[in-house]
Design a protein around this ligand. Sequence first.
Ligand code: NAD
Ligand code: MG
Length: 403
Amino acid sequence: MSQSPQNITVLGSTGSIGVSTLDVLARHPDKYRAYALTANTSVDLIVPQIQRHSPRFAVMRDERSAQQLEDRLFALGHKETAVLSGEKGLLRVASDEAVSAVMAAIVGAAGLSPTMAAVTAGKKVLLANKESLVMAGHLFMEAVETSGATLLPIDSEHNAIFQSMPARYQSGKSTGLASEGVRRILLTGSGGPFRELPLAQLPLVTPDQACAHPNWDMGRKISVDSATMMNKGLELIEACWLFNTTADRIDIVIHPQSIIHSMVEYTDGSVLAQLGNPDMRTPIAHALAFPDRIDSGVGSLDIIATARLDFEAPDYQRFPCLRLATEAAAVGGTAMAVLNAANEVAVDAFLAGSIRFTDIPLTIEHVLAAKTIVEPDTLALVQAQDASARVLADRFIETLIRA
Ligand code: NAD
Ligand code: MG
């Protein structure tokens, strides 16, 4: 008996992960239907997506771009899609009763509320927006537990770790990593575009150089995070929450080829890894279909052409952001939300050409030192800490610009 396709909401459909998600959905119209698409303000990008997928809803960040979108759809004679706007619209499509799964692929802190709405509504949540877990991991995982939501990691490393876990763990029937015989997690990272650049040149790198990742094609914010290796720091925190473990059980390993996407070591000495071409459609397809497997459009891994897999220890002097994230993880509480907020502001300023690449860790260190860290018991408190950290970061950046 054929079943009707599952309704999928794609939060951040116009971004790098959003586009890859729609590519996978389009390969399986019998299984999935794009129910809602959302974008920031990019009407030009979302219009062809709406024409192609005819979602029930499209959500724009503000009234103005929603009005522009409505006008465009009217002119095109497209009547199938209702246009919503703002946080209210996002929360609606993240928790809509008709929706089976939500791809959380908005970038940054803006993704927190809609992702939490999907979790609270007990959806199957495909989590790309690592920032929401970094900011509010404790509250996030509590909400998963309470609502019975299914959380599946999209971040390639976390998806690889998940895939390398025992079946009992994957099906949610495990009491924890120790009882599964897991000794440690090896979290791999490429080291980004500046792994071998002479240190003296780091202050001079441009936004375009920072965004030219050797292996992955991603949005600009996460590309800069990869260049500073803050991305690996955020992923360390993300892994602690997702796999209910502590940072001392996770080793960061530099693997420049990005073919192994992470590994799990067991007490008997076995190390399981997930390998594949660096293409986000693999973890997206895995999480969408889990526990089944579907075609993702990703070609076979040519292991002969790959020939070499290299590994090295991370360089904390070259990548101070990695140290800052590790320290924030050890401090706990709102330190991680503060780290994330200061990083977002600094990365924006770097991308805008206002500060140097090496000013990013300086800004984060300054804000972390200035803020009092507390244990957040509500989302509102996390958001207040996020907002005040942004003010501090902006002020510090002003002093850098004037100097
Ligand atoms: P991107 O910049 O390419 O896309 C971001 C999406 O979010 C766009 O659709 C944009 O319109 C929307 N958006 C941005 N600001 C918004 C706001 N204030 N309100 C509503 N919508 C907003 O980013 P990306 O590379 O696709 O990354 C998305 C998320 O996935 C990030 O959290 C990133 O860390 C994570 N991630 C990405 C990759 C990757 O390969 N790109 C890999 C792992 C994890
Ligand atoms: Mg990753």
